[in-house]
Ligand binder design. Structure first.
Ligand code: PGA
Length: 238
């Protein structure tokens, strides 16, 4: 399986010009990198500018860059029925060229009070509209509730990201042993062949251990994904 490296830019950067600059540097940096799938998840407001410059011609054997969103709303109203001020639907993302969407990030659970129930609704909407959903979890128990009522065949477009809260944005990544153990436990729980990522203080020093030793299929990267040199280095090491 091709490693999957996902950049979660969170609420950064603050201008379109900076977003474009970071993206261009990453794109240039990965040009000759081998066989990795890279997903950039910028804030909603930068999706369309980046969507215009994602390389549409994906060469075999080389790294490809795809577009993802950081969140999605669960409703998909018919024309004129979208009375959900401030929200973005899965259809809108799909029509913009997004292939992926992050759902249930711990910051959304914490600051926006997202629950397993709302995360489940978002997942359903994303999968029904043909997006690949990256479900973030910190505990094994969150998996079952989030996947309630989702048909097994839809799980082929599901990716799980194990993100221990203590490791997010703290500079203190999870130990490789603990991460590896969680990876196996998650795999046992889900009983389907899907990609499982690790996220939380990933950098170019520890990235390859999470893939090679802890056996994750890829990484979800916050802070380091905003530093093009560091991010490209991570891609090269895995
Ligand atoms: P971090 O964030 O890499 O800055 O720890 C990871 C994440 O929140 O997905």
């Amino acid at each position: 399986m091709k490693p999957l490296i996902v950049a979660n830019w969170k609420m950064n950067p603050q201008t379109m010009a900076e977003a474009k600059q970071i993206f261009d540097l990453i794109k240039k940096g990965v040009k000759n990198a081998k066989n990795t799938e890279v997903v950039i998840c910028p804030p909603f407001v930068f999706l369309s500018i980046i969507s215009n410059v994602v390389n549409p011609r994906q060469e075999r054997g080389l790294t490809t860059i795809k577009l993802g969103a950081q969140d999605v709303f669960w409703e998909n109203p018919p024309a004129g029925g979208g009375a959900f001020t401030g929200e973005i639907s899965a259809k809108m993302l799909k029509n913009l060229g997004c292939e992926y969407v992050i759902i249930g990030h711990s910051e959304r659970r914490k600051y926006f009070k997202e629950t397993d129930e709302t995360i489940n609704k978002k997942l359903k909407s994303a999968l029904e509209n043909g997006l690949k959903a990256i479900l973030c979890i910190d505990k094994k128990s969150q998996i079952k509730n989030a996947l309630k009522g989702i048909a097994r065949q839809q799980l082929k477009n599901l990716i799980l990201a194990y993100e221990p809260i203590f490791a997010i944005g703290t500079g203190k990544a999870c130990s490789i042993e603990k991460a590896r153990e969680m990876n196996f436990l998650i795999r046992k729980t889900i009983k389907t062949k899907i990609k499982i990522l690790y996220g939380g203080s990933v950098n170019s020093q520890n990235a390859s251990d999470f893939v090679k030793k802890a056996k994750f299929h890829g990484l979800l990267i916050g802070k380091a994904s905003l530093e093009p040199k560091e991010f490209v280095k991570i891609i090269e090491t895995v």
